[in-house]
Design a protein around this ligand. Sequence first.
Ligand code: ATP
Ligand code: MG
Ligand code: MG
Ligand code: MG
Length: 482
Amino acid sequence: MKAADIRKTFLEYFQSKGHTIVASSPVVPGDDPTLLFTNAGMNQFKDVFLGFDKRPYSRATTSQKCIRAGGKHNDLDNVGYTARHHTFFEMLGNFSFGDYFKHDAIQYAWGLLTEEFKLPKEKLWVTVYSEDDEAYDIWHKVVGVPAERIVRIGDNKGGRYMSDNFWMMGDTGPCGPCTEIFFDHGPEIAGGPPGSPDEDGDRYIEIWNNVFMQYNRTEDGVMHPLPKPSVDTGMGLERIATVLQGKHSNYEIDLFQNLLAAARTAVAAASPGGEGFDANSPSLKVIADHIRACSFTVADGVIPSNEGRGYVLRRITRRAIRHGYKLGARTPYFHKLVAALVAEMGEAYPELRQNEKRITEVLKTEEERFFQTIANGMEILDAALATVETAGTKQIDGETAFKLHDTYGFPVDLTADVCRERDVTVDQGGFDAAMARQREQARAAGKFKMAAGLEYSGVATGFHGYEHLTVDAANVTAIYVD
Ligand code: ATP
Ligand code: MG
Ligand code: MG
Ligand code: MG
């Protein structure tokens, strides 16, 4: 079953259960300052859960474009290391706004997986929130999942991959206990079942989260009951496609094949040595992942910059460029993947097709810019890595990381990404200190420069007063800094 058919089957299944099919919202949330990018299907319904907004339906289903590359849910560092994480992915979801609750949610999910998709029941594991006896009983007594495949999990056990059965959109907002469904990819893959000490392997992969929305968490940490208990679910399209296509890694599904091939071709064409790299290199996966995140972000109106969403976009783009560089690319190649992405996903997401030219141009400009400095920056970083490896310290100092950022346009997470490949870390505290010092100096210098050009810029652009001038000076500084 192709990813496109899975998306359709999901939406039609829930439509047959009385759900209205609602279009994905943009990856850039409209008016939610608490959120950098849309990170879950429920985001566009946040106010409906909170009782501030009403819709003509009480059941909805969506395939939502999500980005998890910053904020509370950040998977940027997982990409290329796990079989299941992307920066951009599609989340299939069904929602009840004060309509059905635990019973129906669980039975719909089980019905779709075992009857429509015909997954073998014995390969499915479920987790429930430790105190949620009701959910436990539905799984065990009503659905018939044996006790040995139901795991009770608490909240906030910490750790990067640790299961957490209390779902929160962010530090504030709708939240509640959840129950999750995992698929066992078999004993040949390392990793233990959910809740076990080695659960962070890729054997038991979480495919679907069903959240029982019951609270609104406010900034003071207090949980206020929602007007009506609701349901919010999310299943990664790429993860369920992986299972249904009999694969283990998300990157093996149909949706990624053409993108990976395009990445390989584009990198080889930009490399003096041609395709002198491993065709299975994780770097190709990172590139195929990142072209989706970058293109969808640009399509929704973001451009690379030095702050906020624009900086996240710049960081992802530059990480992708660096992975191509690692394979041998010495000239811009990344923007050439936009065409392949449009061919793959343009039908489901027409905004890609409509903006193809602009996306290509924006990414190309960013690439041209970074290719001017990447070679010198990599030389410095390689030398620093060689030094720490000889010294056995395993850490790059903050000054070097800052110089790479300041002079060569290496966001610090890019430097850390390179270092991690060699088991070296970056002194983040030292970097932050160098950055703070530079900001202070540059701010003073920027103000001075602007003050000197005051007459000219005031005449040319229409002077908006000193307040505006200060803001401009800060922006000039920021651009100059990078
Ligand atoms: P994981 O524990 O694997 O990081 P999660 O618990 O953070 O996943 P949820 O917030 O529960 O994920 O999101 C709901 C579903 O969205 C997950 O069950 C999974 O199928 C999918 N999903 C989450 N993060 C990603 C990602 N980075 N890439 C692809 N799919 C994802
Ligand atoms: Mg996660
Ligand atoms: Mg999880
Ligand atoms: Mg989860």
